[in-house]
Design a protein around this ligand. Structure first.
Ligand code: ADP
Ligand code: MG
Length: 321
């Protein structure tokens, strides 16, 4: 199968998506933005051995490749509109391509977005997706808007689970079968919090999605906003699997696990009811975990308010663990 047959068979689909005037097949895709909107663009690359293991089911990989990108749009409160796919494949493996496309398009269809172009080449397995999203002018939620006095929140209930799964794969932890299946799902099938991001527009003052660990990613909000925070490490939501781990593991995984794709966000204390309504409207659990303060830096405390002297290492691709 040649490059163009491969694209036609696995990636080109019929049907019109609003806003997409020309999709796959020309030199460029042609998109028409809504009136009074801004476009948000983000890319995320997945490299075999670095971001995923060769054992992952192709459909789950297709899902995750798009999910991590949609998570960035979610953090900004953007409505997803379209995406491109740049793919390097070692060989034409039809089982892989069929599964990958199925997982990716299932998530794309759930968000009503089209694949509008890309590039396909032979090489070590590498997947780069770029997503395009939209917000009404001036309404993107950015990292820079947190203010002293704001509450600090995190979404979901599986923070730390993906890292537990990674540690099982690395052989540093063992879990009973059904617990492993559950954390493996968190690692391989993250659910981008798009609906929550949209519901938080006009309410959240800042947001980020957690890809490298909560504490480290929160640090990006703090620096960009010129503020600090106190975070109650024991207030973090936990799955039953993580809750069964020793307290040090719970704190470490929750605060610095990585690959979570939950949203960390801030909102004024006066918006607590609005945040709850946004959580309900998007059917997403939201937990208040701390507050923003004027003093720079991140202060971790336990449930009793005592300082926790934790040294956390967030995930950094250029540092060896
Ligand atoms: P060009 O040589 O002009 O860059 P290509 O020959 O690489 O175009 O691709 C042909 C068409 O197929 C283009 O519309 C391109 O966007 C699309 N395409 C290529 N690879 C992919 C892919 N992996 N997924 C979606 N569309 C793709
Ligand atoms: Mg061209």
């Amino acid at each position: 199968m040649g490059e163009f047959d491969l694209i036609a068979r696995y990636f080109q689909r019929d049907g019109q998506v609003p806003g997409v005037d020309v999709g796959i097949g020309d030199d460029c895709a042609v998109l028409t933005p809504g009136t009074g909107t801004q476009w948000l663009v983000s890319s995320d690359m997945l490299v075999e051995g670095r971001h995923f293991l060769s054992t992952v089911e192709p459909a789950r990989l297709g899902h995750k490749a798009l999910a991590v990108n949609l998570s960035d749009l979610a953090a900004c409160g953007a409505t997803p509109r379209a995406f491109t796919l740049a793919l390097a494949l070692p060989r034409v493996d039809e089982r892989f391509l069929a599964g990958f496309a199925q997982g990716m398009f299932a998530l794309a269809d759930a968000h009503g977005i089209a694949l509008v172009g890309g590039d396909t080449t032979q090489g070590p397995l590498n997947i780069c997706i770029t997503v395009f999203g939209e917000v009404p002018n001036g309404q993107a939620i950015l990292r820079s808007g947190a203010r002293p006095g704001d509450d600090l929140y995190v979404s979901g209930t599986t923070l730390g689970d993906a890292r537990l799964a990674l540690e099982v794969f690395r052989g540093t932890l063992s879990l009973p079968g059904e617990q492993f299946d559950s954390v493996r799902r968190a690692m391989e099938l993250p659910q981008p919090r798009v609906a929550l991001g949209l519901a938080l527009r006009g309410i959240a003052t800042s947001a980020i999605d957690v890809s490298d660990g909560l504490a480290g990613d929160l640090g990006h909000i703090l620096r960009r906003s010129g503020v600090g925070a106190t975070l109650d490490a024991d207030a973090l939501p936990k799955s039953a699997v993580l809750a069964a781990q020793p307290v040090e593991v719970r704190r470490e995984m929750g605060l610095a696990g990585g690959d979570d794709y939950e949203l960390v966000f801030t909102a004024p204390a006066s918006a607590r009811e609005a945040v709850q309504r946004a959580a309900e409207a998007s059917a997403t659990t939201v937990t208040r975990i701390g507050r923003i303060e004027a003093e720079p830096g991140l202060r971790l405390v336990d449930a009793g308010g005592q300082a926790l002297p934790l040294r956390l290492q967030s995930f950094d691709h250029f540092k060896t663990p």
